[in-house]
Design a protein around this ligand. Structure first.
Ligand code: NAD
Length: 363
């Protein structure tokens, strides 16, 4: 049931100025089916693109009407009409590009994971600070309709004090879309659950303890973990569970979230994962003893995690540039998402619970 008394604000905030010149570095899958469809829907000003594989850049330019293809990164960075560089290369290539782009005076939108190591990510952060430029990271799940709606409701006190949160995914993931992941020493947490871990941090803050268990599917070809369970513990007693399985061949896949508090509950589905990458809209149902004790709200949501949520990080970066503010997924914030990811691997490898400060030995 759609209720007139439950207004939920989940659509991305679009700032007053959106005509910044954008140059894209890396013209692979996600740029073509994620970034560019979202930018086009909001009439952003894409000026140029570049890829080490010229034909990838040419095809992307042709498919999306991008006026200029550069033959080198340096030429793109020298283009003074480009204000924002949008990087979407594999993570081991990102730090060098990011540092050069910052030194050329550009603001950046980087892909997740920001870097393969926390140390490399710190180098980008320090360069950004020295250059006085804004950097956002493409953790666009924060703008996925279900997560953004839950954020709005939780911050308005709809479920009271949060006590338990779960994201559980059991899917058949088309790994062939990312052949470069097959040999990666890290897989599920670093490249997929990073979105859920970041979303949980966004909704509930940084955990005090992280416990993570990783394993593989018996028939998988990829080298690293594909089934993981991660628990966050908070001093308040709040607990978070992220449980993900990429090899569910049962035909009964699911991708659910459930956020419980002292006054109510929000639950729903992550529609994209029901038929990836085609997907369907998220669903969300909510109940609050304080808002309406006799009602369950069924909130109708529009848009998909991919591509629609991709406008979120770019719009937030643009807002930060024009207000001299901080993007929602700023590089400083993202360093803690990377610390959570590293904590998961330390936990799984050493069979113990880990604090964030264990990751950089700051405690
Ligand atoms: N935010 C999300 O939801 C999301 C989803 C998918 C992928 N990603 C991330 O986006 C990045 C790219 O993923 P993808 O699936 O598009 O991969 P992809 O392999 O399809 O594309 C990567 C592109 O980068 C180009 N490239 C590599 N090194 C380069 C360099 N030094 N200079 C210029 N171009 C270079 C490659 O030639 C390729 O065209 C990865 O880091 C991945 O983790 C994020």
């Amino acid at each position: 049931m759609d209720s007139p008394i439950l207004q939920v604000h989940y659509k991305p905030h679009i700032p007053a100025k959106t005509d910044y010149g954008i140059g894209i570095i890396g013209c692979g899958g996600i740029v073509n089916y994620g970034h560019l469809p979202a930018y086009k829907a909001h009439h952003l000003n894409i000026l140029a693109c570049y890829d080490i594989h010229q034909e990838a850049a040419q095809k992307t330019a042709q498919d999306h009407g991008i006026p200029k293809v550069y033959a080198s990164m340096d030429e793109l960075l020298a283009d003074e009409t480009i204000d924002i560089v949008d990087i979407a290369v594999q993570p081991w290539a990102q730090p060098e590009i990011a540092v050069k782009a910052l030194q050329a005076g550009k603001h950046l939108l980087c892909q997740k994971p920001l870097a393969v190591s926390y140390e490399d990510a710190l180098i980008i952060a320090e360069t950004a600070q020295r250059a006085g430029r804004k950097v956002a990271v493409n953790q666009q799940m924060r703008w996925d309709a279900g997560i953004a709606a839950a954020k709005d409701l939780i911050s308005r006190g709809f479920i009271g004090q949060p006590t338990d949160a779960q994201i559980q995914v059991s899917a058949t993931t088309p790994w062939h879309m990312w052949p470069w992941l097959a040999q990666s020493p890290r897989l599920e947490v670093q490249y997929h659950s990073i979105h859920y871990l970041d979303a949980m941090r966004y909704l509930f803050g940084d955990p005090d303890w992280i416990t993570s268990r990783h394993t593989k599917y018996p028939l998988q070809k990829a080298k690293a973990e594909s089934k993981t369970v991660t628990v966050f513990d908070y001093a308040s007693g709040m607990q978070v569970l992220v449980a993900v399985n990429h090899y569910d061949e049962s035909g009964d896949n699911y991708a659910i979230f459930r956020f419980l508090g002292t006054e109510g509950v929000i639950k729903g589905t992550i529609g994209l994962l029901y038929n990836y990458p085609t997907g369907r809209p998220d669903t969300l149902q909510a109940h609050s003893k304080t808002f309406a004790p006799d009602l369950w709200f069924d909130v109708k949501l529009e848009g998909l995690w991919v591509p629609d949520a991709f406008i979120g990080p770019m719009a937030s970066l643009m807002e930060a540039i024009q207000t001299d503010g901080t993007p929602v997924t700023s590089i400083e914030d993202n360093l803690n998402t990377l610390r959570v990811v590293d904590a998961c691997y330390i936990s799984a490898t050493e069979n113990r619970s880990v604090r964030l400060c264990d990751v950089d030995q700051s405690c």
